[in-house]
Ligand binder design. Structure first.
Ligand code: DOR
Ligand code: ZN
Length: 345
């Protein structure tokens, strides 16, 4: 078993940085390890225009540690009213990598999301035409659908329809959590990919109830059964270029998680690459970490692979109990627990 692993510097293809002081607190954790990250647009108010995305990018860049070369890649938040003209403008802007589809009501700040797939057909047609990818939160919000089935039903009712009706549209199924979603992506054309988070690779839904209710393990889509986790590990470590790293690191202040109605989201940025290393190590596939973390996403989006490297060492360290988050604190995944890999400085 190797004790050191040097890989091309990775990218995070799905990240929530928030805004203002909280954003300034957490951006350094991502910029330390990742060269680029795809920033989610579910701010309040959501990033629905190219002008808003440009302003957000500028705020993020202004918050970076000095000498950081981290590059934020922006997304626009798709609404029922997003016009084909805004899509073309996003494409022309250059710094917008895709358009994010939140089903209305599915998750944090999704109230302005899409109420019905048919309403965004003009926008999807414009994206297909100009080559701008669609990034989908793959869950239905129908109250009749069990929360653990929301992704599977989305695959059947929504994603299959998108792929059928827009055969050339580049599509990323974000943070997949089920065998059905992994199989859907594997069977789809090469321009359909998926991101996978560390928590969905490490934990089944049992982790939500281990000895009591665990709010810091709660995210959306919610953790699934062990059989699904195993299917995700097989997908991530199998060498298939359709699957790539997207942490979905989604910080919320501690009190918003430890609450009678706790927010969805796991904060993983300060330990994300270490968690992925643990998953690939446990699967005996450390040699495939670089493809998943550093090559597949860049290749999918048609961007150059990064030039630098990072080195991971097999070394035990304890994850801090919390990190600053503006005037508050945020509790990371594995708070107070020991990890077996660490990025060397
Ligand atoms: O757990 C989640 N948190 N899932 C999402 O889709 C959104 C995210 C957030 O923004 O907090
Ligand atoms: Zn997300």
């Amino acid at each position: 078993m190797p004790d050191m692993l040097t890989i091309t510097r990775p990218d995070d293809w799905h990240l929530h940085l928030r805004d203002g002081e909280p954003m300034r607190s957490v951006v350094g954790a991502t910029a330390r390890v990742f060269a680029r990250a795809v920033l989610m647009p579910n701010l309040d108010p959501p990033v629905t225009t190219v002008a808003a995305a440009a302003a957000y990018r500028d705020r993020v860049v202004a918050s970076l540690p000095s000498k950081s070369t981290f590059t934020p890649l922006l997304t626009l938040y798709l609404t029922d009213d997003t016009s084909p003209a805004e899509i073309e403008c996003a494409r022309a802007a250059g710094f917008i990598i895709g358009i994010k589809y939140y089903p209305a009501g599915a998750t944090t700040n999704s109230a302005s999301g899409v109420t019905d797939l048919s309403r965004v057909y003009p926008a999807l047609a414009a994206m297909e035409k100009c080559g701008l990818p669609l990034l989908v939160h793959g869950e239905v919000t129908d109250p009749d659908v069990d929360v653990f089935d929301r992704e599977r039903v989305c695959v059947e009712r929504v994603l299959a329809r998108i792929v059928h009706d827009f055969p050339a549209l580049k599509l990323v199924v974000e943070h997949i959590t089920t065998r059905e979603a992994a199989q859907f992506v594997a069977a789809a054309p090469a321009h359909v990919g998926a991101t996978i988070t560390p928590q969905h690779l490490l934990w089944s839904r049992n982790a939500l109830f281990a000895g009591g209710l665990r709010p810091h393990a709660y995210c959306l889509p919610v953790l699934k059964r062990e059989t699904h986790r195993q299917a995700l590990v097989d997908a991530a470590t199998g060498g298939n270029a359709k699957y790539f790293l997207g942490t979905d690191s989604a910080p919320h202040a501690r009190h918003a998680k430890e609450s009678a109605c706790g927010c969805a989201g796991c904060f993983s940025a300060p330990l994300a690459i270490e968690l992925y290393a643990q998953v690939f190590d446990a699967a005996g596939k450390l040699d495939r970490l670089e493809g998943f973390a550093s090559f597949h996403g860049a290749d999918f989006y048609g961007l150059p692979r990064n030039a630098g490297t990072i080195t991971l060492k097999r070394e035990s360290w304890t994850v801090p109990a919390s990190y600053p988050f503006g005037a508050e604190t945020v509790v990371p995944l594995f708070a107070g627990k020991a990890l077996s890999w660490r990025v060397a400085d």
